[in-house]
Design a protein around this ligand. Sequence first.
Ligand code: KIV
Ligand code: ZN
Length: 517
Amino acid sequence: MTTPLQNITIFDTTLRDGEQSPGAAMTHEEKLRIAELLDEMGVDVIEAGFPISSPGDFKAVQEISKIVKRASVCGLSRAGFKDIDRAGEALKGARRPRIHTFISTSPVHMKHKLGMGENAVLEAIGASVTRARNYTGEVEWSAEDATRTVPDFLCRCVDVAINAGATVINVPDTVGYSTPQEYYEIIRMLRERVPNADKVVFSTHVHNDLGLAVANSLAGVLAGARQVECTVNGIGERAGNAALEEIVMALKVRKDIMPFTTHINSKLLSRASKLVSSVTGFPVQYNKAIVGKNAFAHESGIHQDGMLKHVETYEIMRPEDVGVHATSLMLGKLSGRHAFRDKLEAMGYVLADDAFEDAFKRFKDLADKKKHVFDEDIAALVDDEIMRGHDAIGVKHLRVESGTGIEPVAALTLTVEGDERRITAEGDGPVDAIFKAIRALYPHTATLQLFQISAVTEGTDAQATVTVRLEEEGRTVTGKASDTDTMAAAAYAYVNALNKLVVKRQKQAPEALTVAQ
Ligand code: KIV
Ligand code: ZN
């Protein structure tokens, strides 16, 4: 008789801890798209933001609460009542609201960050959890820097949190310092020593500073944790968090020694990875487990020979299991709306009518320029469409001259709030000339943080995807665009980033919220 697999709750914090990584800021619409996909994928808890930290985070938690159909929606708060009340307020529309409240428990944090002693921290834990319980029955409490906390004190803290009504106890390795054996022991100790530990769910939350985040999380599960906190592509503070796709697939592939399951539809992992990478502008390293471009590529002759004889010689999971399909030849320039819509649906995209019409027109233009249109081309095109939104600034016309022995020149026409503006600018290269022209037509102080080009598919007729990251007064935005003309893609990507900056400036205007405890 086989023993039934126990479920592990997948708590995704891409929109909160993930968004905290430098340069990973997302617009409101991008957060909603990610939340929808996480919900569809089967994530159990979506940590949508830190409501008191900014009006943008508050709004994100509020709106995500309304659109999410099955997952719990979670808002982070420190121990102060203002934080908790703000989180409770933001979560009002959620079917299953969760407040996640935390305070530091390690000696170094208590002394230098909080300036609080043990008794004050214990009191704050009791008060914060009790306050959060007024808003919802799902209250998670975290001991920030738990892995560097004195074990006896950690047990006392967890005891107070449970008595005050916490339903989930999270054990963060905030600085990514722990090792699998050590992390295992901490979870085991808490479950053994704290009274009523069996009434709550223990949760892992591990940072990847030593590259051990996934290993530590799995060690936590083996020790009895039944919730894992993670992010898509492992994005997050510094070296990131545990990668969701790695946790899910490790549990799926190694059921033989880890008898657990999750609600995740692993076939959506690749799509989630691409969406998060495209929104943040953080490329996924080629050799990244599960979702890297080379994760299923077999290059060496010996491997290829083995694979042809029997796939299991070198493959422990199938690419289709994570939503990776062999590049397929797409529609041609004679394909109609119906075939295009079918293709989009097969790829998991659902577009509103006007967005569909725009995407179809762009597909036709692309099919005119490019002999073979692949799935990757369609994905790039639709992502562009969704990234664009209702833009204040648009590229109307671009002509670039460059070559050996001539000064690169860009002649550009932009539309700004319906107004046409034209200029010709020189630069030390064609991209420099284009960006100078944009700056002249739409003056701004943002600085360029990243300029990156990659090919969507193979071949010299491939589309180029350009990523541009701009920074202005602490606000970071990432623009992206694809085109068969690399210079046009560069102009569109820069303008895409500028449009996001315009939106961000407007959103940051409301009352500034204090982040104090
Ligand atoms: O890493 C950490 O300690 C956190 C807490 C807020 C849970 O992200
Ligand atoms: Zn964290």
